[in-house]
Design a protein around this ligand. Structure first.
Ligand code: MN
Ligand code: MN
Ligand code: MN
Length: 201
C-alpha cells in the first residue's frame, strides 16, 4: 500500500516559493514521462486499476506500475501499488505499439500478473503527461515537489510518501502556513486530472 500526503499548490509562484525555501535540502530532480494503458476492452479501468509506464530523464530508466483501488481523502492518498523496472527501449516499443506489452510480459513478472489477473488479450495506450519532480529531504520527510504538464495546462503539487500521513500532513501544512504559501488538499490524483481533460478547480 502506498500512502501519500498530497497538497495542491495554486500556481507557479507558490511552487517557486517552496522550491526556493527547500533549496538547501534538494536531493535530485527527475524529469518523468508517464504513459498509461488500459486493456483493449477496458479490463483494467473496469476494476479501477491503472497501468503506467514511467520514463525517467529520457530513457535512463523505465518503471512499470500497477495501481489499484485508489482513495484520496483530506489530502491523503492510499493506493495498492506494485512496481517493476523494465528495459527502457522495450518500454518505448510498448508506447509505440501497445500490443508489445503482451510479449514484454515474458520479461516482466508484473506485466505477466496483469495479463493473468485482468485477462487482457490486448492493450490500448491512453496517452499521458510529463512531470518535473524535485525531491527534497527535510525534517525527516521525503518531499516531492511536482510541476505537472498536461496538454491542457500545468498543475503544482507537493507529495510526501509516509507511514504516518497525519503527522506528515501537519508538518507540511504548518510549514506552508508559516511561509505564507497558499495550498489546498488535492482532490484528484494526477491520473484522474489527466482523464478529466481539464485543470481541477
Ligand atoms: Mn509509489
Ligand atoms: Mn504519487
Ligand atoms: Mn509516490
Amino acid at each position: 500500500m502506498e500512502v501519500e500526503v498530497k497538497l495542491k499548490l495554486p500556481d507557479a509562484s507558490a511552487h517557486h516559493k517552496v522550491a526556493t525555501i527547500l533549496a538547501p535540502f534538494h536531493k535530485v530532480t527527475h524529469l518523468q514521462e508517464n504513459v498509461f494503458f488500459d486493456g483493449a476492452n477496458g479490463e483494467l479501468s473496469a476494476k479501477r486499476a491503472v497501468l503506467r509506464l514511467r520514463f525517467y530523464n529520457g530513457d535512463s530508466r523505465c518503471v512499470v506500475s500497477l495501481k489499484g483501488k485508489a482513495v484520496l481523502v483530506d489530502g491523503v492518498s492510499r493506493v495498492e501499488e506494485a512496481e517493476e523496472d523494465l528495459e527502457a527501449a522495450l518500454g518505448r516499443a510498448c508506447v509505440a505499439e501497445p500490443s508489445r506489452l503482451l510479449s514484454a510480459a515474458e520479461r516482466c513478472g508484473l506485466l505477466k500478473t496483469v495479463l493473468a489477473e485482468y485477462g487482457c488479450s490486448d492493450f490500448v495506450c491512453l496517452g499521458g503527461f510529463r512531470n518535473v519532480r524535485g525531491v527534497f529531504e527535510w525534517e525527516g520527510l521525503n518531499i516531492e515537489l511536482d510541476e505537472t504538464h498536461y496538454s491542457f495546462g500545468t498543475t503544482y503539487e507537493i507529495e510526501c510518501e509516509t507511514a504516518d500521513p497525519e503527522a506528515a500532513k501537519n508538518i507540511l501544512e504548518h510549514f506552508l502556513q508559516q511561509n505564507s504559501v497558499p495550498f489546498s488538499h488535492s482532490q484528484l490524483s494526477k491520473f484522474a486530472v489527466f482523464r478529466s481533460g481539464k485543470l481541477p478547480d
